[in-house]
Each structure stands twice: as structure tokens, then as C-alpha cells.
Write a protein that binds this ligand. Sequence first.
Ligand SMILES: NC(=O)C1=CN([C@@H]2O[C@H](COP(=O)(O)OP(=O)(O)OC[C@H]3O[C@@H](n4cnc5c(N)ncnc54)[C@H](O)[C@@H]3O)[C@@H](O)[C@H]2O)C=CC1
Ligand SMILES: O=C(O)C(=O)CO
Length: 328
Amino acid sequence: MASKPLSVVVTRRLPEAVETRMKELFDVRLRDDDTPMSRGQLLDAMQEADVLVPTVTDTIDAGLIGQAGSRLKLIANFGAGVDHIDVDTARTRGILVSNTPGVVTEDTADMVMSLLLAVTRRIPEGLATMQGGHWSGWAPTAFLGGRIGGKRLGILGMGRIGQAVARRARAFGMQVHYHNRRRLRPEAEAALEATYWDSLDQMLARVDVLSVNCPHTPATFHLLNARRLKLMKPSAVIVNTSRGEVIDENALARRLRAGDLAGAGLDVYEHGTDVNPELRDLPNVVLLPHMGSATREGRLEMGEKVIINVKTFADGHRPPDQVVPAML
Ligand SMILES: NC(=O)C1=CN([C@@H]2O[C@H](COP(=O)(O)OP(=O)(O)OC[C@H]3O[C@@H](n4cnc5c(N)ncnc54)[C@H](O)[C@@H]3O)[C@@H](O)[C@H]2O)C=CC1
Ligand SMILES: O=C(O)C(=O)CO
């Protein structure tokens, strides 16, 4: 006799092809509208489902996990970052957590380079000039930005995305420096022609551009605080596509406004959509609405990964992308 399909609740709309495949495989409840679930809706979902498929817009904290139904056995996140899920508490309740690493890597690294170029080459200012009909023609001293070739890029968090950024930066002629929880193996470091800094503080003082690519964890919250931001050169630029909480956003805004940093390209913010208004008004700051991994191809691959994680679990095995607290 065929076993009962798993009951799966998905918190946001996913690409149509992903939702269709989920309907074929699972007893799935999908959303009609595409707003984040309220806490009450999340709680209902966690009380009725075997598997929850949340995204970064759902905060699955200890309080919610503590009230989850005994059926809930897997939180299969649609996304790589899991800082919105209390993985430790889930583990103590016997609930597995999985994510979608790897398929977001190249697209997010492309966005790092887009932000880096947008800030250093003043692309938004050029665009605004053209869109406003203000262009009066080429001039030798107009729209001068900074050359990135030959400059030092510091990568904070040399994991999948950090290494993909390093490969791109080498192709642009940048010198790659990095700080990571663990040093890369010598072969990997040599292949990327990357210089390791055990001391984040020392690396910060030397780089021209910093790309933030570590996850948000208790250890990385405000890793870039006011003290560390002060170590950076006034000519330096920061690009953040990881999570806003890694940078003290108010301290960053203060330094940018004072001209103590040359610019910033941000895809993520400390308080979600509640972006520090000062950042919006600065001409040397490029802000994007968390779109680092937003490609049609990537979203389909993220959906495939979620399906593989849930299906593998349904077949009685551990999901291939299981996240355990020791990884964080
Ligand atoms: N903007 C966007 O759309 C996207 C953002 N992300 C964010 O990017 C983050 C990184 O993703 P991946 O590269 O796939 O993760 P990963 O796990 O492959 O790499 C993270 C790296 O950071 C290092 N790290 C962790 N804690 C550290 C610390 N305290 N100090 C220094 N290094 C530390 C790890 O050792 C690892 O090498 C995700 O956690 C997520 O928050 C991911 C995908 C898309
Ligand atoms: O995967 C993630 O962590 C994101 O931020 C969105 O792709």
C-alpha cells in the first residue's frame, strides 16, 4: 500500500514549475497571495504540516518552534541563508533543517560585481543624468570614477559565494585578499591567487573594496562595527550581499555621510525593508532590494533543491542539504 504523501506548507509563491512539481509529489498547501505569512499563519502551518518550506522573510524562532506540532519534522528552507531559523532549537525538538546552497552562488557573485562596478563607476549617476535628459555631452572631467583593476579586494567569508567573487575579481585584474573562519587549503588558495589574513582588522585597513560574504550568525552580528569601519581607508568601498546584520548600519551611514568611506553597494539591510533613510539620500550608495540571487534559472534550481530535500526526507533519508548547528 502506498504511504500517505507528506503534508507540506509553502509560505510564499514559488515559480509555477516548482509549485506544479510539488503538487505532483506532495500533499502541498500553496499560497494564493505573495505576502509574508503573519506569525499566526506560520504557527498554524507549523502545527498542521510535516514539512514547512519557508523563505528568508519568515522568522522561525524558538518561540514558534516550541509551539510546533509533533508532526513537523523538516524545515526545508527556500534559500541558502538560515539565520531566520533557530537551527539549535529545531535540533533539540528533533526537527531537521535544510537549505539550498550552491545554486545561488554564481548569480549572487555576479551581483557583487554589479554593485562594485555601479558604485566605483558611478553608474546610477550616469543613468539618472540620461533619464532626466540632463546630458550635455562628453567632458574630460565628468563622471570620473575609480579604476578597479589593480585594486585590493577584501573578501569577508570565503565560502561558495566568496570564492565565486574571487574568481570574477581576478578576471577584472583585482588583487584578492580574504578573511575566513578557516584558511582555505593551499591548492584552493593558490588557484584563486588569494592572500589570507588571520586578522580581519589588519585586512580592513588595507583593502580598497570589501565584499561581505559570511553568513549572519551570533559571531558575525555587527562584525563590521563602528570601530572596525574606522579602520578602513576613506577611499574604500563596501559591498554587502550577505545579511544586513553583519554591518552596524547606522555606523556605516555615519561614515558614508562624513566622507570617511567612499561608497557602498548594499543588497541587504539590518532591519529588512526598514532601511536607514540616510543611506537612501547618499549619491555614493547603491541600494538594491535583496535581489542578489534573483534569476529565473536560479529560482527554479532553488525549487528543485527544496524538492530533492523534501523527497529524500520522505523516502526515509537525511536531506542532502541538511544544516546542523556545527556548520554555522
Ligand atoms: N543577497 C542574496 O540574495 C543572497 C545572500 N546570501 C547570503 O550569503 C551568505 C553566504 O553564502 P555562501 O557563500 O553560500 O555560504 P558558505 O557557507 O559557502 O560560505 C560562508 C563562509 O563564511 C565563513 N564564515 C562563517 N562565519 C565566519 C566568521 N565569524 N568570520 C569569518 N568567516 C566566517 C565560513 O567559514 C564560510 O567559508 C548566506 O549565508 C546568505 O546569508 C546567499 C545567497 C543569496
Ligand atoms: O539564499 C539566500 O540566502 C537569499 O538571501 C536569497 O536567495
